[in-house]
Design a protein around this ligand. Structure first.
Ligand SMILES: [Zn+2]
Length: 413
């Protein structure tokens, strides 16, 4: 086995990718399928080709770069994450996991390690959902959870479809989705929380994910003149939404510190001066580590939404309900990570991911697990997101050893 990854090379690549979509004063804005995302993809693909990896692009734009196995027809062990970012993001969320995957494959090449199963690095399309309002778009399509035509037809706020955005940046690939089966999927990500930092541990083995629920809600009232309409007869959809947003923020606090809920996106129609709005769309999200508690919260939120709508004399409809995560990560993958860490005498901590990731979707179909590395003060989705490079190395080496072990194995996981 190789001694370890080349940390300087990895950090150099992180710096190079962070230039694509760089914000003044640090951080990045690299929305999925934007010019910046396209340029970051081009750079990544060029590095993969230079490393003699076989690159393929699938029909939803996922990039997969393959290091052949001795028995190359066997399903691949895939290491991946995403290159797209939120609108006001840090440079590590996503990009770190993709570049660690590439770094691992380059390290294996240099060491001449052969594995039975192929190992691939994946850069999944649009994990964040910041542009097309659909998180984990590429990985969901890869595993067949999301239909390809549905995914390609999703639109951004300017009504640009995924299909056209992919074509524009040249990532409308031809590899089939759903993609070929995976032997295992491993993802390294920043924790986006403070558990590891507080425990002074560099490697978090993620063995489960919070179930995350999204409720897309429509409030319907009536347009009217904001001057002449009597207050008691108004049916202002925005008032209904506002009451609901505050009610959800208040009720979730009774469920303990592990419960999180909120609303971060609304659309208002007509959203003009001089007219009371008649339609508001809002997305609420909520999560808790225990599924039973999520159900209780769901019921409470639904009641709060109806009460808020009634108080504002508007109608309410839940138009879509989506759940991500909640499934434990695969014990075989978790064990591979812990064995790898033990062999290197690296202390680990088991924890849950509060955020959804490509891995929390992929585990619905294939064995998967994640490794977290600590990020400063848990800050993420903000330009101040920071990871001490020295604290990445242990996680990357553990991931490499676990990936090789899984790629060597002959048993079903
Ligand atoms: Zn991420």
């Amino acid at each position: 086995m190789p001694a370890g990854i080349d940390l300087d090379r990895l950090v150099g690549r992180l710096d190079a990718i962070a230039r694509h979509g760089a914000l003044d004063g640090g951080g990045v804005r690299r929305l999925a399928l934007s010019d910046a995302d396209g340029a970051a993809r081009d750079q990544f693909v060029a590095w993969c080709r230079a490393a003699q990896l076989q690159v393929r692009i699938d029909r939803i734009g996922n990039v997969l770069a393959r290091r052949a196995g001795v028995e190359d027809q066997l399903p691949a062990v895939v290491i991946g994450s995403h290159l797209d970012s939120q609108v006001n993001a840090g440079r590590f969320d996503g990009a770190l996991g993709v570049l660690v995957g590439l770094e691992i494959l380059m390290t294996l090449n240099q060491s001449g390690v052969r594995t039975r199963h192929p190992i691939e690095v994946a850069s999944w399309t649009d994990e964040e959902g910041a542009r097309f309002n659909t998180g984990m778009l590429g990985s969901s399509t890869y595993i067949g959870r999301l239909d390809l035509d549905d995914a390609l037809g999703r639109a951004d706020p300017d009504d640009v479809r995924v299909r056209d955005a992919l074509e524009r940046i040249g990532y409308d690939g031809d590899a089939a989705v759903p993609g070929p089966p995976l032997r295992a999927y491993l993802e390294l990500h920043i924790e986006q929380g403070s558990v590891l930092e507080n425990a002074a541990i560099d490697v978090g083995v993620v063995d489960r994910s919070y179930p995350v629920c999204h409720l897309d809600v429509r409030f319907t009232g009536e347009t009217a003149h904001p001057g002449s309409a009597p207050m008691e007869r108004r049916r202002n959809a925005l008032v209904g939404a506002a009451r609901a947003i505050v009610a959800v923020d208040e009720l979730i606090r009774d469920h303990g510190p592990d419960a999180k809920a909120g609303c971060g996106v609304i659309s208002v129609w007509p959203n003009r001066s001089g007219i009371i709005p008649s339609r508001v769309g809002a997305r609420f999200d909520f999560r808790h580590p225990e599924t039973a508690e999520v159900r209780r919260i769901d019921a409470e939120i639904e009641k709060a939404l109806h009460d808020a709508a009634a108080a504002a004399s508007v109608e309410i409809e839940i138009v879509q309900r989506a759940t991500y995560g909640g499934r434990p990560f695969h014990p075989g993958c978790v064990a591979a990570l812990e064995h790898a860490a033990a062999a290197r005498r690296i202390p680990t901590l088991r924890l849950a991911t509060q955020a959804a990731h490509d891995a929390t979707v992929i585990v619905d179909r294939y064995p998967a697990a994640m490794v977290f590395c600590p990020c400063r003060r848990g800050i993420s989705h903000h330009p101040d997101e920071h990871v001490d490079p020295a604290r990445i190395e242990a996680s990357a080496n553990v991931l490499m050893d676990a990936a090789v072990a899984l790629a060597e194995g002959s048993d079903d996981l």
